[in-house]
Design a protein around this ligand. Structure first.
Ligand SMILES: C[S@@+](CC[C@H](N)C(=O)[O-])C[C@H]1O[C@@H](n2cnc3c(N)ncnc32)[C@H](O)[C@@H]1O
Length: 264
């Protein structure tokens, strides 16, 4: 439990909320990709696990009416200056307090991997959207594997994320009739997720960037110190820059993440 008596969720967003927007903004790579599927602005858009509202702000400016829903009130609070008050709902993505077909479309960016039962969340999205699309963006096990874990002595389990085919099947089981997907390749690190940070050696080695990731929240202090020292060493020698370059070449083939667009 947090000091305020609320349950601490994976990623500890009560803590991340304090610094999140220092390194996590609306990535042009993500905006371009989501915009392509959302189509004509004007509809009511639900941003699920919308956090501090970075993407909701962009799509509101483009003409969508937005509602941001998130499990963390600390994250949500930061969205108020961006999209206005009265547009936030604190709720779990697995049980959303809205009537059926209350929204034209929805997006779930960098949130699915944090939800304990992702298929339940996808069923909720399907229940809530009218024409769609529902857009889900997350890394799958088919996307490029990250290497930053090695610096912290961690071996990520290959089974920790669903494959692209499994996610398509989950969306279909949730009741979506048409599901498209494509690779996302970051050309910026504006939204400093762990995947986007792999495009910049300087950012990847920077504690200010890493601390706004769920990965960092799972590490103890000694592991953090040792990993940062190893990253700093390879940044100085130029090895980190080389690894980032090689990683990008692999990401160009496998993608950093995958975007799914689903219609009822
Ligand atoms: C990496 S942040 C992404 C925020 C936003 N989508 C963005 O890309 O800027 C993940 C967000 O998911 C939220 N979250 C985690 N589990 C959740 C759940 N079960 N239901 C709703 N939100 C959840 C966290 O509170 C956090 O704000």
């Amino acid at each position: 439990m947090s000091a305020a008596g609320r349950p601490v969720r994976p990623g500890n967003y009560a803590q991340q909320a304090r610094t999140y927007d220092y390194t996590r903004g609306a990535s042009p790579t993500v905006v371009r990709t989501v915009a392509k599927y959302l189509g004509t602005p004007g509809g009511l858009l639900l941003d699920i696990a919308g956090g501090t509202g970075n993407y909701a702000q962009v799509f509101q400016a483009r003409g969508f009416r937005v509602v941001v829903v998130d499990a963390s009130v600390d994250m949500l609070r930061r969205s108020v200056p961006k999209v206005g008050s009265g547009r936030q709902v604190a709720a779990d993505a697995m049980e959303l307090p809205f009537r059926d077909q209350a929204f034209d479309c929805a997006m779930l960016v960098h949130g699915l991997h944090l939800i304990p039962e992702p298929s339940r969340a996808l069923e909720e999205v399907r229940r809530l959207v009218r024409a769609g699309p529902a857009i889900v963006m997350d890394p799958t096990s088919d996307n490029v594997p990250l290497f930053v874990h090695e610096y912290f002595g961690i071996k990520p389990s290959a089974a920790s994320r669903p494959s692209t085919a499994q996610l398509v099947a989950m969306l279909q089981s949730a009741g979506f009739g048409r599901v498209d997907h494509e690779l996302v390749i970051y050309t910026d690190s504006v939204d400093g997720s762990l995947h986007a940070l792999h495009t910049s050696a300087l950012h990847l080695a920077g504690p200010a960037y890493l601390r706004n990731t769920s990965f960092w929240m799972g590490l103890d202090d000694d592991t953090r110190r040792a990993g940062l020292a190893a990253l700093a060493r390879d940044l100085r020698s130029g090895l980190l820059e080389e690894r980032v370059g090689a990683h990008f070449a692999q990401a160009a083939v496998q993608g950093h993440e995958t975007v799914f667009a689903a219609w009822p």
